[in-house]
Design a protein around this ligand. Structure first.
Ligand SMILES: [Zn+2]
Length: 229
């Protein structure tokens, strides 16, 4: 069910699911009841209450929502909470989980960082929102995503994104223009004073993960961050 799972702070854990957990997205034409059942199984496996794991309607923007107990599922690409469990869904984009500590306890974030999100600064925006809740010592875990040697893009698009985020400039292993989103994300996080603790493998090259580029009509795996005793 999990590609990677670890304790990241005292009382806080993070994980990235794999295809063994099944598709966790409601927007890819899968049976909604089956998706909800898979989400329940993930919640059970990490030991959080049923339906407490918060998902967002991801729109490739830079909006970051601060989640309270009653908040509806936001239209956003980042969520920040004072401990509510958060999830981000991906299949090639980067699932980024962040955690920091405030006087009130852990501050968590889950961010969907695809090409538009990296270009528009959704990661620095999430770090700002965490800091606004008093978080310090913020660290980040970058889950599996398409790598800089696989993510081929038109030359003009590479130029456009690399002008905004120079570290994202890349070439494929076969020599054509590419973007290295994990490198771009890392540079943005480090510039914001955040230490990157983990960076995942390539989705396109890893059969046990979902990859939009490999199988267009595919499911989504998830990055999940939660608090526990
Ligand atoms: Zn790759």
């Amino acid at each position: 069910m999990f590609h990677w799972r670890a304790g990241i702070l005292p009382g806080v854990s993070a994980a990235f699911t794999d295809a063994g957990a099944g598709n966790l997205a409601l927007h890819v034409g899968d049976d909604p009841a089956a998706v909800q059942e898979r989400r329940r199984r993930v919640e059970q496996s990490i030991g959080v209450a049923p339906q407490s794991l918060r998902f967002m309607n991801q729109v490739h923007g830079a909006n970051v929502a601060v989640m309270d107990a009653g908040s509806p599922s936001p239209e956003a690409d980042g969520m920040v909470s004072r401990g509510l469990p958060l999830a981000v869904m991906v299949a090639d984009c980067i699932p980024v989980l962040l955690a920091g500590t405030a006087a009130t306890g852990p501050v968590l974030a889950a961010v969907h960082a695809g090409r538009p999100g990296v270009a528009s600064g959704v990661l620095p925006a999430a770090v700002d929102r965490m800091a606004s809740l008093g978080a310090s010592g913020i660290r980040a875990w970058l889950g599996p995503s398409i790598c800089g040697a696989c993510y081929e893009v038109p030359a003009a698009l590479r130029d456009e994104v690399a002008e905004l985020v120079p570290a994202s400039w890349s070439a494929t292993s076969w020599g054509t223009p590419a973007l290295d989103l994990p490198a771009g994300a890392r540079s943005q996080l480090e510039a914001a004073g955040v230490q990157v603790e983990y960076s995942g493998t390539c989705t396109l090259e890893t059969e046990s993960l979902y990859s939009y580029r490999r199988n267009r009509n595919t499911g989504r795996f998830a990055g999940v961050v939660w608090c526990h005793d």
